[in-house]
Design a protein around this ligand. Structure first.
Ligand code: NAD
Ligand code: UD1
Length: 334
């Protein structure tokens, strides 16, 4: 298939580009580089030994997106492009709704005009809000506590309406849990502009001495060791999940949401000890108060992904941490 990856130069998009291209799909990237570097294109070329076409554009440029869909005879779109920092979304809700919701509307208009009706959308476990039960299945009530989460909720609902309006649409919303790690080459990984907030990149910063210590946000949660528990998933497993989702959605009309996680929770202390083991570095930490908006535990029920997509995660915490460590060392030198 010919597949357009909006936000394809970003963290998850670039890893998915590798997997799709290696599976024989023709991949086209579209990105405005607001949270990625152009150097990722050369790195993809090194991994794949071929150049992936990349259109520098904002998804809100409907005409250019429509032209791209036509020029490259695109069969399906994976829509990664968007802003994703929870804290920033609370401070800049207009930017978040404009980029995420308006960006998706623009993409849908372009797809409609180019008669491309197959879409994989990057959603998030954030749509489950504060979990009412664990593991979280796809029927868990959805809610949001911040503008980022609400933008994902609005988009999911919008996509549902579109699938109802015209039975030709084939739409799958992938609800990612906590993506971490990097490609085994160490050439691509998570490379956000500014300082990291998520756990794994913060640990990586401590390991290489960029941060003096890790702040652990609370050790008084009702979890196995008091620290927060999450369903961390290797980004290459996540990328494989997109390949499986595409194979499914191209043959299934309508709208569906599927969790993409491992089904297992790991605590902050679990991640620290695994990172120490694979890197040989001590991760100095300090216990701080709970972070605003944090929840105790969150992990996925993954039966739907297994049954519907025939996909399940295969990498363990050690692989997640060792690939992050490899990438951290590479990006430190690059
Ligand atoms: P990322 O920031 O690394 O990648 C997003 C890419 O989209 C970047 O390259 C950025 O430059 C581009 N982009 C942003 N706005 C754009 C626009 N208007 N037009 C064109 N390009 C634009 O983020 P990521 O971690 O790769 O996340 C990809 C998607 O997955 C996002 O939609 C995010 O909300 C979702 N998601 C991510 C996580 C996570 O932890 N990384 C978890 C759940 C869901
Ligand atoms: C955060 C976002 C969520 C998003 C997800 C993946 C918030 C409130 N939620 O979730 O919407 O989908 O990232 O991008 O920001 N921790 C520390 N010290 C740190 C960083 C994190 O102790 O320096 C702890 C957190 O308290 C949490 C765990 O590590 O228990 C994971 O945190 P993080 O990686 O930020 O992910 P989420 O909180 O799950």
């Amino acid at each position: 298939m010919n597949i357009l990856l909006t936000g394809g130069a970003g963290y998850i998009g670039s890893h998915t580009a590798v997997v799709l291209s290696q599976a024989g799909h023709e991949v086209v990237l579209l990105d405005n580089f607001c949270n990625s570097q152009k150097s990722v294109l050369g790195r993809l070329q090194k991994i794949l030994d071929k150049v992936l076409p990349c259109v520098e554009a904002d998804v809100r440029d409907t005409a250019l997106v429509a032209k791209t869909l036509q020029d490259y005879k695109i069969d399906a779109v994976i829509h990664f492009a968007g802003l994703k920092a929870v804290g920033e979304s609370v401070e800049k809700p207009i930017e978040y709704y404009a980029n995420n919701v308006q960006g998706t509307i623009s993409l849908l208009e372009a797809m409609k005009s180019a008669n491309v009706k197959t879409l994989v959308f990057s959603s998030s476990a954030t749509v489950y809000g504060n979990p009412q039960y664990l593991p979280i299945d796809e029927n868990h009530p959805i809610s949001a506590t911040n503008a980022y989460g609400r933008s994902k909720l609005h988009i999911e609902e919008m996509l549902k309406d579109i699938a109802i309006s015209n039975s030709e649409w084939k739409i799958i919303c992938l609800r990612y849990f906590n993506p971490v790690g990097a490609h085994e080459s160490g050439l691509i990984g998570e490379d956000p502009n500014g300082l990291p907030n998520n756990l794994m990149p913060c640990i990586a910063h401590v390991a290489v001495g960029k941060f003096p210590y890790l702040k652990i946000y609370g050790n008084d949660y009702p979890t196995i060791d008091g620290t927060g528990v999450r369903d961390y998933i290797h980004v290459m497993d996540l990328a494989d999940g997109h390949l499986a989702a595409l194979a499914y959605v191209r043959n299934h009309k309508g709208w569906v949401a599927v969790n993409i996680g491992t089904g297992h929770g790991a605590s902050v202390l679990d991640i620290i000890s695994t990172y120490e083991f694979v890197s040989g570095q001590e991760i100095i930490f300090q216990i701080e108060g709970r972070r605003n908006g944090d929840i105790a535990s969150c992990y996925a029920k993954v039966d739907k992904a297994r049954n519907l997509l025939g996909w399940q995660a295969k990498y363990n915490l050690e692989k997640m941490c060792s690939s992050s460590w490899l990438w951290q060392n590479f990006s430190n030198k690059a």
